[in-house]
Design a protein. Sequence first.
Length: 408
Amino acid sequence: MSWSKALERLSWKNLLQTFDKRRLQHEIDTHRLLLLTEHYARRARGMPMDEGQLASVGEEAQALSFDERRARLAQHLDRQITHIAKQVHAAVSGLDAPAYEEKQSAADRGAHVRPRGLWGMTGRSRSAAPTEPVQTASEAVSAQDRGTTDASTGDSATPSVSGPHAIMMKDVTARLQERMGFALHLAPSAVGHAEAGEGLWLKGRAKTGAVVGLYPGIVYTRSHYRDMPGYPKVDRESDFLISRFDGAILDAKPWGRGAPEEPPSAESLGYRGLQADTLAQLHSLERRHPFSLAHYANHPPAGRRPNIMIAAYDFREGQGGLRRYIPNVMFGHTLAKPQEDCTLSGSGTATDIERQVGPSKAVLCLALVATREIEDEELLLNYRLSPGLERPSWYTPVDQAEDSRRWS
């Protein structure tokens, strides 16, 4: 059975018929992710995670309803992913993290009002009185975009100007390593089969429950399945497809390896019309983003356990320059206008996600969360391939029951 059959399994009719089993796996995953991210949050607050604390976390989570767990998980993901976005911004702009907070706060107080967001980059500032300019996150991005682009590398580079223009992805990676204690890079996989190719490696140390990566690319909801390249045999067009419990499918092929590699062009991908427009939006985001390489994580070989799991989150567009550091765009929708606010929230449900998605609304995303402490290791993700599909010879189920529930 091909991906076309898998798409049918995600249809509304089949979803309703098999909701209980899939819902069960969704609840199991949500519960586990809450425990992991709560563990991380408490350690970040300096709380010792002894047996008593671990028991307390478990008891509190057990007392919550599914919706309450999702809401709590959303808060944890919000804090971590916003922090990552700010750190990437700081790394590419040459600012330090405190400076970002101070400058953003000054801008919010009206000390120097400027249009915010990706589409407000060329507007002139408005100020009640002459003051020293305060550079917000979006302005740093705007300054960055005014630099020239090296066609051979895809990195923004203006040698005659110091600052963000001359910063390459390797520099961003080094800065994040210093700021956050870890960063991601690609290197030959140690999984051990011919198709493993490059793997996703973490350099440094990440704590249990840390968000360690973001899955990039174009997001297709059910209403846009037919717009996917090669539909219904979409797997022939991309090796980087992944789906959420609500049925949204992320295709990371258009993202490629990020900078310095030149991004795939619309011509090379065969994109036209709305597909080409969506690709242009994707490539307007920050590609010097070491955390946006989650699609290179390999499935663990037999006898090894995954050290990461995926977590769905919904990003609300419009949060100044931070939108640039969320490596996803929704197919069929334009980026938000700069004046609109945004937040992060938990993953949408199968019943409300379609009406939520639209301009300036949810961008449906996926993050990688560490299931244990990781230090200088290759990141391994349980692919949970459908038992109903023809699975590759190298695939060994981590948990056959989980695979079955996920795709029931």
